[in-house]
Design a protein around this ligand. Sequence first.
Ligand SMILES: NC(=O)c1ccc[n+]([C@@H]2O[C@H](COP(=O)([O-])OP(=O)(O)OC[C@H]3O[C@@H](n4cnc5c(N)ncnc54)[C@H](OP(=O)(O)O)[C@@H]3O)[C@@H](O)[C@H]2O)c1
Length: 295
Amino acid sequence: MQKKEKNILITGAKSIIGQEVMRYLSRDYSHQIIEGGRQESSAEKHEYRYLDLNDVNTFSSALKNIDTVFLVFPRAIKSVKNTFITFLDVCKKEHVKEIIFCSIKKSNFSFFVPHNKVESLIKKSGLKYTIVAPSYFMQNLTTFFLDDIKSNQCVAIPGYSSKINWIDARNVGYVITKILHDMTNYENSTMELTGDENKDFMEVCAKLTAVLSRDIEIQPNTKLFIKSLKEKGLTSSEINKLLIFHFAESFSKSKTNINNNYEKIANKKPTRLHEFIMRHISDLSCSKSPQLTLI
Ligand SMILES: NC(=O)c1ccc[n+]([C@@H]2O[C@H](COP(=O)([O-])OP(=O)(O)OC[C@H]3O[C@@H](n4cnc5c(N)ncnc54)[C@H](OP(=O)(O)O)[C@@H]3O)[C@@H](O)[C@H]2O)c1
């Protein structure tokens, strides 16, 4: 059997971005893929190791003989600084050679988000790294907002007129896989990735309405937004942070600069929002009679 080039540990394999990275990596037989998480994903037949980022005792066994780590930042990390200091220390002890971290694109209010802390710990760690910083995933429509769109025909979101840059996580997954394959040109750098469109939620709902032939409305009520976040399992502290960040962003007049980093690497244009909605038309279509109000 041909010797595998690298042992790559994929954290968050079931996350939006993790699934896209796994999709591309599964087609490339030159590396040994190891999934690290709290639960094995049933779709893929790769080696699985238990890894709970909230439990430092799971780090060493998950990182044994790993060359490259693809790291995501799960929302519910209890102590960001301690967790990632320890995780990076164990990476070094276990002779991990490189780390690729999926962060988020910088904005004026990035200091609110914990990703910054993780980025600076990675930079100080002495490990080879690449930080990939994408904008907002289109897949939030088919995950986070899916029930709202399908069952309630409305999206609860205050500050709906602020422009967001939308990117297809599949495009991001493609770039991350390229870097996992060969980091040489991206070593110790940060790459921001954007899609081609800055659109507010009103425009997105108009597109959904046109494609799905059902009215998808905006519900700008803050109480309803908080209720929907609670239903999605966010804790009070996560909700408070999200609200501060969300309002700060929506009052900010700065707009996201679009870059062509994806096009330079993939040699094609990023997915358009319309194309994404068409690709997911059956996921977004209503499965039961809609209720007209969330309240
Ligand atoms: N969503 C966006 O629009 C967006 C935009 C830009 C960048 N990003 C970045 O992309 C990355 C992934 O985001 P996402 O939205 O794709 O994530 P997600 O769908 O919320 O998934 C989070 C992942 O983390 C895992 N996880 C949760 N708690 C864990 C723990 N204690 N230990 C180990 N694994 C744990 C979850 O798996 P289990 O629960 O099964 O363990 C899941 O696979 C993050 O770094 C995020 O900052 C996201």
